[in-house]
Design a protein around this ligand. Sequence first.
Ligand code: PHE
Length: 388
Amino acid sequence: MDDAQLHDLQERTPELAALLAEGSAAAAAAAEPDALEQVRVRFLGRKSRLTEILRSISSLPAAERPVVGKLGNVVRVELERLVAAREDELRGASLAAALTAERLDITLPGVPLPRGHRHLISRTIREVEDIFLGMGYKVAEGPEIELDYYNFTALNTPDDHPARSVDDTFFIDQRTAIRRAAGDAGASPAGAAAVSAAGSPGGDAAASAPVVGDLLLRTQTSPVQVRTMESQEPPVYIICPGKVYRPDLDATHTPMFHQVEGLAVDRGITLADLKGTLHQFAREFFGADRAIRLRPHFFPFTEPSVELDVQCLLCGGTGCRSCKYSGWLEILGAGMVDPNLYGFVGYDSGELQGFAFGMGVERMAMLKHGVPDARALFDNDLRFLEQF
Ligand code: PHE
């Protein structure tokens, strides 16, 4: 509304001018949407004075009608504009207040997420793998639920070998073990065939006892070596990491543990190659100045067999409690592959030589890091695991 209109209004309809002044003051004073709504009802609603004036125009003297009609509308439009403008103002203010109150400070530091790391056992397996990968070996894996044939028979293990008793091996079908104890030699490639047909039992009518199969939890990762030789031509240079199972539980044994075994089969391999390979491994794993020694031993699948000792990590060889005052720590078993094994996998034993070795990962980790109890490795207490 311009000055001329305002002047006109004050001169000709002072009551409308007063309503306008009063209404605009009230709208300006409304501090929140509810209060503003009341102002709108009071000055523009159906029962407001302005509406009353506009409705009763017809009863005015003819000369006044157009003036009051026109100026009344001007005032109505002006008041509506003022209320709407104030409404915008209030909405803007409350938005600004909310924005201020709820502002996110993106420069504040976040909630820290603790960072995990590999378990000591996984780390140790990788360390061992890295060392042998560096010497040209490949990693091979196989099943943890294994056939008796691969875990024992094809590894040249006689039927009456103590490792085949229920005290040393978790058999999946205990009847297998009982049958064996009764003197019935059940482990053979035929036994293996019965297992592979285990999905359709009853296929073998000749079997008198209801044998499900010669299944067990593998006690070593050596069966992977047999499986690998079965499936590929020599030369073979592999290491086999993985979980193995034996019914033991004390400070240095857990019923599930890990091994890394290795196999090299080629022409012209000698015990000197085995010793050189193990020495290189011991240096990389335990430190360059560690002395090693080989001691004669026995394993069914190697001939000759040895055990590898490393100079005690704690006393350096002078003798202490940890090495039982011998100065040496037993690290792993090894030997030259018994030629009998080649017969099981169709290799020519006249042409080939090889060596094999196997180590317990828990033992390696415990020796290297001074862990006194193997069970702590699987309690999953983070205060323990975080140390490594
Ligand atoms: N398989 C043997 C064990 O579990 C270790 C071993 C592997 C020994 C290869 C000699 C050669 O005790």
